[in-house]
Design a protein around this ligand. Sequence first.
Ligand code: FES
Length: 394
Amino acid sequence: MKRKVIIKSNLTDISNFAKMIPTRLAHFENGSSAPIPKEYAVNKLAKLIHPEILHLTVKDIVPRGESAKSFILVSSDDTPLAPFIAGQYLTVKLSIGDSCVTRPYSLASTPNDARNGFYNITVKRTSEGFVSDYILDNLKIGDKIDAYPPEGTFTYEPIRDAETIVGVAGGSGITPFLSIAGSIADGTTDAKMILLYGAKNEEEILFRDELDTLSKNENISVVYVLSDSKKKGYEHGFIGAELISKYAPEKYSLFICGPKAMYEFVGKEVEKLGLRHKFVRFELFPSGSDADKIKGFPKDMANLKFNITVKKDGKETVIPCISNESILVAFERAGIDAPARCRSGVCGFCRSKLISGKVYIPEDTDGRRIADIKFGYIHPCSTYPLSDLKVKIN
Ligand code: FES
């Protein structure tokens, strides 16, 4: 059956359109004959804001109690520091012995501090902290280090989040909250914050002076929670649903950052609060070892040794690996300079092609896109070998 299609049009539109053609042709005629520039100003600016790598110098080191230090980092080559949003992290790149390693550290300084020329990362000694221990024991004032520019999603989003952030911090997990609270105090972030900071005892509280100063701001309050001692003016115990409800207003976004043990406890408590998913944010924990402790890891596959054939820059290298450790850790042990930033499966910076072999990818840290899953890409930082593998690093 034939159908008539009637297009309604305004005669003025047609005549305007007809006039556009000679006008455009005239523009071409009168245009500059200079060659197209190799680089546009907007691209130069984009590279300044998002450089591929930052060259930094340690300007100062501030001890934080027995087990932590703050490293004040400035640009080594007078280029301005890359800007960031309060709550993001910086990934440092180091060569330790024969290994090339990366580690993300939350920035404790504010975006305004970066505009004034410095970043602050704070490193705490932990029982499994190979890189943190190296930094604490070896990095000196004047040393130079490279880092990937700041990134991360542990940030306040005014459109998505409630007006008040309830922060739950443990140990060195206080650092992103310092940055967020600092940016509230200087007016960069328009929000309120109630911070619950858990530590074993008073001596373990990092940045005590800074937090006490910040809590004088009408939009920031800090509650210290001691697990191992009872003291007037402090809460006692662990931060759970009851304590959060005691201090939280009716509407709030919950931000959580701390050690693994705290995540396991608070994770269960959060369910009791009945908050919508979008109001809960966990800062992700870098993964890499002890895969056999992850729920869902095949029981009979712990501590098995395999080989990985690694394709990079047209060369093939065979390296050893172990099923408990991520493929990224195997790359690093073998001295392969593999890209990585978040180390928790999310940013996609380590994305590589799995050519052959069997792997285990924990569901919780599988941040791959659907197309990547379909076409056999993996994030080596959160992927564990279950057989000999062949992997191509992009
Ligand atoms: S380093 Fe971010 S996904 Fe692997």
